[in-house]
Design a protein around this ligand. Structure first.
Ligand code: PMP
Length: 310
């Protein structure tokens, strides 16, 4: 699988100003460049069925950005409202009707040591066009995943609920190993051997029409797409159980799918060389994909409050 299309938006919002992408640079001496102490978000803006553009669950993403900063003890020099408005400005100035947004908060120059407390915090929002993160074919037919030799970080050592820059080394190691093994994505187990999540997605399985996903108490990112799918599935009458499961249960599931802002709702057809269900996108996954894409395009009257028009 090749990396999806990457077409950058011409303007980046940095500390209150829209500037050209090429000028949005960071100095080598910035604390976050050296040590990875920073926070970020991934958000999608979608072209709506009425032709306008709206950002999906913008408020929840910005709240999570501030929560990630809060758990690190990082004080952001802006309000949530200002970052929300920055995201809208970046989309408006991008000339794109759909794109991926990347708000980031990072420590700049000042002290170099690990104990530095007073380096300035910068906040930026960049955007780019991003196709199907796990491929068009993956979206229709299902992706191939393997269980990683890397373990999902333990809550004993990391702030697993934060979308923290440096913590993504864990995901990158797992993703690279999966690619080298000829798979599209890595599934990480937690320290107890239970299925946690994928390198950049939450995981769901379906057994006899009941949908299972690891609970929020598991060492997973509290995915906003995960939350959306739980709501949409319940709206459609499915039972959703937030409960951990083992690798064996995953192998024997009728269906499996990933959720994430980048990956949206992507079926998983194979794990560790074993077919999941019939080895293709299953009917529950297809129904949830359909509901998800209608919702993000503004065609689900019940969930219009999840969309912020730019
Ligand atoms: N888990 C991890 C590790 C992730 O990086 C992401 C992507 N943000 C997710 C799950 C899915 O979260 P969301 O649906 O909020 O994008």
């Amino acid at each position: 699988m090749v990396e999806p299309e990457f077409k950058k938006a011409p303007k980046v919002w940095l500390d209150g100003k829209l500037i050209p992408w090429e000028e949005a640079n960071v100095h080598l001496g910035s604390h976050t460049v050296q040590y990875g102490l920073g926070v970020f978000e991934g958000i999608r803006a979608y072209k709506q069925d009425d032709g306008s553009t709206a950002i999906f669950r913008l408020q929840e993403h910005i709240q999570r950005l501030f929560s990630s900063a809060h758990i690190l003890g990082m004080e952001l020099p802006v309000t949530e409202e200002a970052v929300i408005e920055a995201c809208c400005q970046v989309v408006r100035s991008s000339g794109m009707d759909s794109c991926y947004l990347r708000p980031t908060a990072f420590y700049g120059q000042g002290q170099m040591g690990l104990g530095a407390l007073n380096n300035p915090v910068h906040v930026a929002v960049a955007a780019w066009a991003w196709g199907r993160y796990l491929g068009d074919e993956g979206m229709r037919k299902g992706t191939r995943a393997h269980v990683s030799s890397w373990q999902r970080m333990s809550a004993k050592s990391f702030l697993v609920k934060g979308k923290v820059t440096g913590q993504y080394v864990n995901s990158i190691l797992a993703k690279r190993e999966a690619r080298a093994a000829g798979c599209d994505e890595a599934i990480l187990l937690d320290e107890f051997g239970l299925v946690a999540e994928a390198s950049g997605e939450n995981i769901f399985i379906v057994e006899k029409n009941v949908i299972f996903t690891p609970p929020r108490s598991a060492p997973i990112l509290d995915g906003i797409t995960r939350d959306a799918i739980i709501h949409l599935a319940r709206d459609m009458g499915y039972t959703v159980v937030e409960q951990s499961f083992t690798r064996g249960t995953l192998y024997c599931a009728d269906e499996c799918f990933f959720t994430g802002t980048a990956a949206e709702v992507t079926p998983v057809r194979e794990v560790d060389g074993r077919a999941i269900g019939k080895g293709e996108r299953g009917p529950v996954t297809a129904a949830l994909q359909d509901s998800f894409f209608k919702t993000v395009r503004g065609s689900n009257p019940r969930r219009l409050s999840w969309l912020t028009k730019v």
